[in-house]
Design a protein around this ligand. Structure first.
Ligand SMILES: [Zn+2]
Length: 280
């Protein structure tokens, strides 16, 4: 690890009021693949768009069949040392908050509480009819009951918790509807072709404006929904530090960029800041 950018990270985090912006690269060490990172493979299937999802029952059958298999993988994933380090920084009073692009819930599973889920969470289901939000494990039970004979297997898992299945495997998969109103159920995540809800974006901008520093963890910042906060911080002369494997679109805005594995870097950060409480 290059000593100079790491020292900048340590000093800025020690100063407190840090806002974390995290992406898929933070969760790769938990076994959730990052298709844009160095270990990522080319995306084989096109991601489901909001427009396609709402257009036809066949599209929703395809989505939920894949997601039903992918969910087991996401539900099994556990926070890694990077998530635990972020939770420790929060508990140490050094964070103003965390904005995450991840939909896996692993920040909260590690104990972080001040988390804005920019793209929502796979752990919740939203009814497009009545707006009710319900826990994903409940839907999982209902889908298992409705598809007890359905034995297709996931060939591959995507970061969205969406397994790749052959069309033949989809036949016979039964989708279930909202128990309250019979409406269409959608995972409570922002799909491609859908905007992040405005209040969530505004809340994130306000958080960044109060920050002593913005620390990006595991995002190449290719998507505008995260990159805009880096630009915003830079415009306000709030220092930005980026920890990511590989270059990022935000590097020109950063006072330091650390190209290194997330878990090891954040564990080293904790060890430097709180030698008595280093995470393993
Ligand atoms: Zn409903």
């Amino acid at each position: 690890m290059n000593a100079w950018p790491f020292g900048v990270l340590v000093n800025l985090v020690a100063g407190g009021d840090v806002v974390i912006l995290s992406g898929a690269g933070l969760s790769t060490e938990s076994g959730i693949p990052d298709y844009r990172g160095p270990s990522g493979r080319a995306r084989r299937a096109e991601p489901m768009t909001y427009q396609t999802f709402v257009a036809t029952a066949a599209a929703r059958q395809r989505y939920w069949a894949r997601s039903h298999l992918g969910w087991r993988h996401v539900a099994r994933a556990r926070p890694n040392s990077g998530h635990r380090a972020v939770a420790e920084l929060e508990q140490a009073g050094l964070l103003a908050g965390t904005i995450t692009q991840n939909v896996d819930g692993l920040h909260q599973a590690a104990g972080a509480q001040q988390v804005i889920e920019l793209h929502g969470s796979l752990g919740r289901v939203l009814c497009l009819g009545c707006g009710e939000r319900t826990p994903r494990p409940l839907l999982d039970q209902r889908l298992r009951a409705a598809n007890s004979g359905w034995a297709a297997r996931a060939a591959e898992i995507t970061p969205d918790g969406d397994a790749v299945l052959a069309d033949d495997d989809l036949a016979g998969f039964r989708v279930v509807d909202c128990e309250s109103c019979g409406g269409v159920l959608k995972p409570d995540v922002v799909f491609f072709g859908e905007n992040v809800p405005r209040p969530r974006v505004e809340q994130s901008y306000r958080l960044v404006e109060r920050a002593g520093a913005l620390v990006v963890l595991g995002s190449s910042l290719t998507v505008m929904s995260g990159y805009r906060f880096v630009r915003h911080a830079s415009k306000l002369a709030i220092p930005v530090v980026i920890v990511n494997q590989g270059r990022t679109r935000g590097d020109p805005h950063a006072v330091a960029a650390i190209d290194a594995p997330l878990g090891a870097t954040l564990s080293a950060l904790i060890a430097r800041l709180r030698p008595e409480a280093a995470v393993s």
